[in-house]
Design a protein around this ligand. Sequence first.
Ligand SMILES: CC(C)(COP(=O)(O)OP(=O)(O)OC[C@H]1O[C@@H](n2cnc3c(N)ncnc32)[C@H](O)[C@@H]1OP(=O)(O)O)[C@@H](O)C(=O)NCCC(=O)NCCS
Length: 155
Amino acid sequence: MLKAVRVRAFVEADRAAVLALWEACGLTRPWNPPEGDLDRALAGPSSTILVAEDSANVVGSVMVGDDGHRGWVYYLSAQPERRHAGIGRTLMTAAEDWLRARGVRKLELMARDTNTAVLGFYEQLGYVREPVAVCSRWLTATDPKAGYQPEVKHD
Ligand SMILES: CC(C)(COP(=O)(O)OP(=O)(O)OC[C@H]1O[C@@H](n2cnc3c(N)ncnc32)[C@H](O)[C@@H]1OP(=O)(O)O)[C@@H](O)C(=O)NCCC(=O)NCCS
């Protein structure tokens, strides 16, 4: 039987559960300290973390932000043992509502090219693959990925 979940804003008491969830969902990378990402998303009004909880536990989360033009989501995650029960869809709907309330007209997201499984999920929700290339450049003094083996997928 599917347990009902509700979506609410992150509170500090969720920190350990959310970080563990991101780890369990394979979303963390060593050059991207997740705790720093979480703190930055919570630091200002243009981004936030939403969590899905059942009666007692955090079972999903999503980071959502407004960059002044488009809306973006990161770290979308549903507890591995609770997949295909609507948690991902519920969180994406909440992220869309959060952005719509701010006047954002389009949501964009990136999926790692190794994460082909997730593309079917987004397609199911009405997302389309765009004919764009994503370019990036670190703004740090040194490359945070330096020292990692080339066979480690970079993103
Ligand atoms: C992506 C993720 C959040 C989806 O969560 P979920 O709770 O299992 O998804 P839902 O149950 O809400 O699925 C919504 C719809 O997508 C479909 N769907 C879910 N996963 C799918 C997949 N891998 N391929 C195709 N369709 C999929 C479901 O069947 C459902 O369709 P329906 O509503 O018609 O039944 C979850 O798989 C996850 O945490 N993955 C690991 C982390 C990740 O890759 N995050 C995204 C980074 S870009």
